[in-house]
Design a binder for this molecule. Structure first.
Ligand code: ADE
Length: 224
């Protein structure tokens, strides 16, 4: 998979060089290219934003630098082009799985009060929000979506990790996990987990998943 990010702050994307995603990128399991929208501004001062027509607070990102950047990075429209914005469709695990089927993704990160609507109408396929709150820009949202999508790209997760058993995959939240030592500061690991009885372990985990989901996310149970 190839990901192109269009942003005014390319230096924000270093988190994708660490941990699991850093290793996957080094192994060539995905490519990430960050493009500074400012480099595409035709203005002599490299201006990228201006006041909104109709008035109002804040600045709006101008269409020209964004359009020219998109035309350079993805001239044949091979990428699924996504604008990160709080008014987009709310991102979830299902959308991550679907996006992981694409060979190319392009993320447009907005700043200030948003992006001129004409460039969105002309050049963008989808608007995605990562939740009902407002960030200062689309960069953190793009990283959240990229991380979540890339976990479905073959070999990004070693075989030690699985996307099947974790929260949301089954429609339930994940059961509690324990590791050594069996006694930590007097707190014991639940007996059933050291019983060797796989049926009992599966039953206990399912029961715990249901309890945690009912307590923290009853809406997930209503959907089923
Ligand atoms: N930009 C600002 N807030 C956002 C959000 N919640 N999701 C995606 N992009 C954003």
């Amino acid at each position: 998979m190839r990901i192109d990010v269009l942003t005014l702050f390319p230096e924000m994307f270093s988190p994708l060089d660490s941990s699991l995603m850093g290793k996957a990128r080094q192994k060539g399991l995905f490519e990430l290219y960050c493009h500074n929208v400012r480099d595409y501004s035709a203005d002599k001062h490299k201006k990228c934003d201006d006041a909104p027509f109709g008035g109002g607070a804040g600045m709006v990102m101008m269409p020209q630098p964004i359009h020219d950047c998109i035309m350079t990075v993805d001239p044949l429209h091979e990428a699924k082009r996504i604008y990160l914005s709080p008014r987009g469709k709310v991102f979830n695990q299902q959308m991550a799985k679907q996006l992981s089927q694409e060979s190319r993704l392009l993320f447009l990160c907005g700043h200030y009060e948003g992006v001129d609507q004409r460039v969105l109408d002309m050049d963008v396929d989808e608007e995605i929000s990562i939740g009902d709150y407002v960030l200062s820009g689309g960069e953190l949202a793009a990283m959240v979506v990229a991380d979540c999508v890339l976990r479905y790209v073959p070999q990004v997760l070693g075989n030690s990790q699985s996307t099947e058993e974790e929260s949301f995959s089954s429609g339930l939240l994940e059961y509690p996990q324990y590791t050594r030592p069996q006694n930590f500061l007097g707190m014991q690991v639940p007996e059933v987990l050291v019983s060797g009885n796989h049926k009992s372990i599966d039953d206990w985990r399912r029961e715990q998943s249901l309890k945690i989901t009912a307590r923290n996310r009853p809406d997930l149970l209503e959907e089923k």
